[in-house]
Design a binder for this molecule. Structure first.
Ligand SMILES: Nc1nc2c(ncn2[C@@H]2O[C@H](COP(=O)(O)OP(=O)(O)OP(=O)(O)O)[C@@H](O)[C@H]2O)c(=O)[nH]1
Ligand SMILES: [Mg+2]
Length: 470
C-alpha cells in the first residue's frame, strides 16, 4: 500500500475525490478530483488511448482512455477532462472523469484514486476551495447551494442572479460606508479643531448611520418574501361552516385531500398541501369554518383559522352564495375584510344553486370577488388566474436578485444593533477612540457577510450544508 502524499500537504491542497453526479440511473456519472497534486495522482490510475500522460496534455482537453487499478487492470473506459489552475471551479488543478454510471464502477474508480493518494471530499469541499482560492465570495458560494436546492423557478432565478454577485455588491457598499465612517472618525480625531469636530462629526455620522440602517432594512425586508418563495406562498381558505372551503381546497389541488360532508363543522383543524403554479409554490391551507360554537375543540380550530388568516399571504374568503348572510357572519367577514383587505379575495361558491346572497355591506362589497361552483367546476380557472395574478402583484416587487441565508440575516441584525449602539454613544462628548473601536468591530461583522474575514468554524457550518461532490 502506497503512503498517501496527502499527509504532506495542507488540508485544502490535498487531492479530494467524489462523485459529482447524483446516484441512480443514467448513462454517465462524473467523478471529480481536485488538488495541487491531482494530475500526478490520476496519472497513476490512467491509461490514455494516446499513450500520453495527463501531465503532458493541454489544459481543458478531453482525453479518452481507461481507469486502471494498481495491478493495471482496466476498471472502466472513460473520458478524462483535464483542467489546470487557475481556470477551474476550485482554483486548483481539477480532473473530471466521465465513466459509466454503475455504482460498482464508480466505487472502484474512487477506491483506485484513494489508493493512489486521494481522499474522500467532505460536503461542499470543492466549493470551499473555490472560495478559499478567491474564485467567488461567500455569498456567491452560498448561492451555488441555493441553485442546487432551489425548489421553484422563482427561487432559482434569485439564486442565479446572486451567483453573479448582486448581493456581494450591496454588502460591499455597506462595507465601504463603514470604512468612510471610520476614516471620518479618525480624521476628526487627528485634524479638526475641538468645537468644530464634535458638531460636524456627530451630524455626519448620524446621517451615515441612518443611510446604512435604511440600506440594511431594504436588503432585509426581502428576506421574508424570499422564504415564502422558497417554502410556499401561504393561501388560507377562510369562511363560514359549510361554505365549501374543503371542496375548493380539493378542487385547487386536483385531489380529494380534505374531507367534505354536508355537515357543518366538518373540518376541525387546519390542513396544508403544496401545489406548484406559475413558478411559485402555493401552500394551500384549509381551515375550520367560522361560527359561534360551544364545542371547545371546534372553537380552538376557529381561533386557528383567524391565526391562519393573519399568517397568510393571501386569504380566500369563501362564502356560500346560495343563502343569505347571518348577522354573525357579517361580523366575522367584516373582521377578515377589514384586517386583511389588501390580501383577500372573496369566493362566492355554489353558484350552481339559486343565488340568495346579498353582498352589499361595505367591507365585503369593496373586495374583489369571484363566482364559482366547486361542484360543477364553474369559474375555477378564472379564480386560479386571479390568485396567480395577486401573488405576482404581492411578490414581484419584493422579488430581488439575491437570496439571504439565515446566517446573513442574523448577522445583519447584529450589525443594525451595533450601528444603533454607536449612534447612541454620540452624545455631546464624543469619545473618538471608542467610536473607532466599535466601527472596527462592526467592519469585521460586515466582512463576515461576504466571508472576507471569517472564522473556520463559520466556514465549516456554511459548507457542510452542501452535498458531497460540490
Ligand atoms: N351545490 C353545491 N354544493 C357544494 C359546492 N361546494 C361544496 N358544496 C357542498 O357543501 C357542503 C359543504 O362542503 P365542504 O367543502 O365540506 O364545506 P366547508 O366549508 O369545508 O365546511 P366545514 O369544514 O364544515 O367548515 C358539502 O355537502 C359539499 O358537497 C358547490 O359549488 N355547489
Ligand atoms: Mg371543511
Amino acid at each position: 500500500m502506497r503512503t498517501s502524499h496527502n499527509t504532506l500537504l495542507p488540508k485544502d491542497q490535498e487531492t479530494i475525490v467524489a462523485l459529482a453526479t447524483p446516484q441512480g440511473s443514467g448513462a454517465i456519472a462524473l467523478v471529480r478530483l481536485s488538488g495541487v497534486d491531482v494530475i500526478r495522482v490520476v496519472d497513476s490510475i490512467a491509461q490514455l488511448s494516446s499513450n500520453k500522460s495527463l501531465a503532458s496534455v493541454d489544459s481543458h482537453t478531453i482525453n479518452h482512455g481507461f481507469v486502471v487499478d494498481q495491478q493495471r487492470t482496466k476498471l472502466d473506459e472513460v473520458l478524462f477532462l483535464l483542467m489546470r489552475a487557475p481556470k477551474t471551479f476550485t482554483g486548483q488543478d481539477t480532473i473530471e472523469i466521465s465513466c459509466h454510471n454503475n455504482p460498482f464502477i464508480i466505487e472502484n474508480i474512487i477506491q483506485a484514486a484513494i489508493a493512489a493518494g486521494a481522499r474522500h471530499a467532505g460536503p461542499g469541499e470543492f466549493t470551499m476551495r473555490g472560495f478559499l482560492y478567491g474564485k467567488f465570495d461567500l455569498t456567491q458560494a452560498e448561492a451555488i447551494n441555493e441553485i442546487i436546492h432551489a425548489p421553484s423557478e422563482k427561487a432559482l432565478q434569485s439564486a442565479l442572479a446572486q451567483l453573479k454577485g448582486s448581493l456581494s455588491q450591496r454588502f460591499t457598499a455597506v462595507e465601504t460606508s463603514i470604512i468612510e465612517l471610520l476614516t471620518l472618525c479618525e480624521a476628526s480625531f487627528e485634524f479638526l479643531e475641538e468645537e468644530q469636530r464634535d458638531l460636524n462629526f456627530t451630524t455626519l455620522v448620524h446621517e451615515k448611520i441612518q443611510n446604512l440602517l435604511a440600506e440594511l432594512q431594504d436588503i432585509k425586508k426581502h428576506f421574508n418574501a424570499q422564504q415564502r418563495i422558497k417554502d410556499g406562498i401561504r393561501i388560507a381558505l377562510i369562511g363560514s361552516v359549510n361554505a365549501g372551503k374543503s371542496s375548493l381546497f380539493n378542487a385547487l389541488l386536483g385531489k380529494n385531500r380534505a374531507i367534505v360532508t354536508s355537515m357543518a363543522g366538518t373540518t376541525r383543524d387546519s390542513i396544508e398541501a403544496n401545489l406548484y403554479k406559475g413558478g411559485y409554490f402555493w401552500l394551500l391551507i384549509d381551515t375550520a369554518g367560522l361560527r359561534q360554537t360551544g364545542d371547545f375543540i371546534e372553537q380552538q380550530g376557529i381561533e386557528r383559522s383567524y391565526e391562519e388568516a393573519l399568517k397568510a399571504d393571501l386569504v380566500l374568503l369563501v362564502i356560500d352564495s346560495s343563502r343569505t348572510m347571518t348577522a354573525e357572519e357579517k361580523v366575522m367577514y367584516s373582521r377578515i375584510a377589514i384586517d386583511h383587505a389588501a390580501k383577500t379575495l372573496v369566493v362566492l361558491n355554489k353558484i350552481d344553486l339559486p343565488i340568495l346572497l346579498k353582498r352589499d355591506f361595505p367591507p365585503i362589497a369593496h373586495l374583489q370577488a369571484f363566482s364559482v361552483s366547486t361542484d360543477q367546476n364553474i369559474g375555477l380557472t378564472e379564480l386560479e388566474d386571479a390568485i396567480a395574478k395577486k401573488i405576482e402583484s404581492l411578490f414581484h416587487l419584493q422579488q430581488t436578485s439575491f437570496v439571504l441565508s439565515h446566517r446573513q440575516f442574523n448577522l445583519m441584525g447584529e450589525i443594525e444593533k451595533k450601528l444603533l449602539y454607536i449612534e447612541s454613544s454620540l452624545t455631546s462628548q464624543v469619545h473618538y477612540e471608542l467610536v473607532a473601536y466599535e466601527l472596527k468591530d462592526l467592519l469585521e461583522k460586515v466582512c463576515e457577510l461576504t466571508g472576507k474575514h471569517i472564522s473556520e468554524e463559520i466556514l465549516d457550518t456554511v459548507f457542510t450544508k452542501f452535498c458531497i461532490g460540490k
